[in-house]
Design a protein around this ligand. Structure first.
Ligand SMILES: Nc1ncnc2c1ncn2[C@@H]1O[C@H](COP(=O)(O)OP(=O)(O)O)[C@@H](O)[C@H]1O
Ligand SMILES: [Mg+2]
Length: 258
C-alpha cells in the first residue's frame, strides 16, 4: 500500500502535510509520535473515514481490517465461537467445517488453546486483545491496522502480542500497521514511522525506516530520547521537530533508504 497524503485540513487548520509512506507485504510497521501529531488522522485517512488531498494506492478498501483501541466483543461468547462467527460472516470460506478449522488455527496461533471454551468476559486484557486481533485476521484481510492495541497491557503481555502479530504478518504475507506509545518492542518491527507536530502544529514525518537506523539518525543511545527531542519545549521536550523533519526530507529527496 502506498500512502501519499499531500495535505489534510480540518477546516482551515493544516493537520497533515507531505506524508509519503510505503507499507510492504509481509512487513509490520510501528507508528509512533508526539501527542496531537496526527496519528489517528493518518489512520482515519487510510481507512477512508476522513477526506484529504492525495492518493492511497496499491490496495483495495475491502482488504483493510481495523482494530480500534477498545474493540467491542460479545463477552458472553467463548473465543472459539467468536472466531467461527467472524469467519462465517466474512463469506470467505467455502464451508462451515472450514470456518471451524480456521477458528482452531487462529486459536492456536494466538496462544488461546487453553481458554478457547471460556467466556470472553473471563479472559485477561491481553487475551481479549488476542481475540479481537484473531477476529480481524480470520476474515483474511490483507492489511491490518491497529490503534494502540497494547496500551495498558503489561510489558511481557504486550511483547507476546506484538510478536505473534509480526509472526503472522510474515507467515501470511500481510501488511500490519500498529500505532503505539510502547517503545520497548521497537526493534521487533520491520519499519518505524515517526510522526511529529512541527512548529506550525502540522503533522509531518520525522523518520521512516528500519528501527536499527534510528539511534544514529536521531543521534542518541536511547529510543526514549527521540520523543524528548521531538516534543515541543512547552511539553518539556527539546523542540527539535523541525530540524528532524528537514533532515528526513533531505534523506528522502536524496533517495537514501533508512
Ligand atoms: N475531527 C477533527 N476536527 C478538527 N480537528 C481535529 C479533528 N480530529 C483531530 N483534530 C486535530 O488534529 C490534530 C491531530 O489529531 P490526532 O490525529 O487525533 O492526533 P494523535 O492521534 O497523533 O494524537 C490535533 O490537533 C487535533 O486536535
Ligand atoms: Mg490518536
Amino acid at each position: 500500500m502506498i500512502v501519499d497524503i499531500n495535505e489534510k485540513y480540518y477546516g482551515s487548520r493544516l493537520a497533515l502535510s507531505n506524508i509519503h509512506l510505503v507499507f510492504n507485504r509481509g512487513e509490520s510497521t510501528l507508528i509512533i509520535g508526539t501527542s496531537g501529531a496526527g496519528k489517528s488522522t493518518l489512520i482515519k485517512s487510510i481507512i477512508g473515514k476522513t477526506k484529504y488531498q492525495g492518493f492511497i494506492r496499491d490496495y483495495r478498501p475491502e482488504d483493510i481490517g481495523y482494530i480500534p483501541q477498545f474493540p467491542a466483543l460479545n463477552v458472553m461468547e467463548n473465543s472459539q465461537d467468536a472466531l467461527y462467527w467472524s469467519a462465517l460472516f466474512s463469506s470467505k470460506y467455502r464451508s462451515r467445517k472450514i470456518c471451524r478449522q480456521m477458528a482452531g488455527y487462529y486459536i492456536d496461533m494466538m496462544g488461546l488453546s487453553g481458554e478457547k471454551d471460556h467466556q470472553i468476559k473471563s479472559l485477561s486484557g491481553g487475551q481479549k486483545q488476542r481475540v479481537s486481533i484473531a477476529k480481524e485476521l480470520i476474515r483474511m484481510k490483507g492489511i491490518l491496522i491497529a490503534d494502540e492495541i497494547d496500551t495498558g497491557l503489561d510489558a511481557g503481555v504486550s511483547r507476546g502480542l506484538i510478536g505473534t502479530l509480526i509472526k503472522i504478518t510474515r507467515a501470511e504475507n500481510k501488511t500490519t500497521v500498529i500505532i503505539s506509545h510502547n517503545l520497548s518492542n521497537i526493534e521487533m518491527y520491520d519499519r518505524v514511522v515517526v510522526l511529529v507536530r512541527d512548529s506550525g502544529k502540522t503533522g509531518r514525518i520525522a523518520y521512516s525506516g528500519r528501527p536499527q537506523n534510528m539511534k544514529r539518525f536521531f543521534d542518541t543511545d536511547d529510543y526514549v530520547d527521540i520523543l524528548v527531542k521531538l516534543n515541543s519545549v512547552e511539553e518539556n521536550g527539546l523542540g527539535q521537530a523541525d530540524y528532524y523533519i528537514g533532515k528526513y526530507e533531505a534523506f528522502r529527496k536524496a533517495g537514501q533508504i533508512l
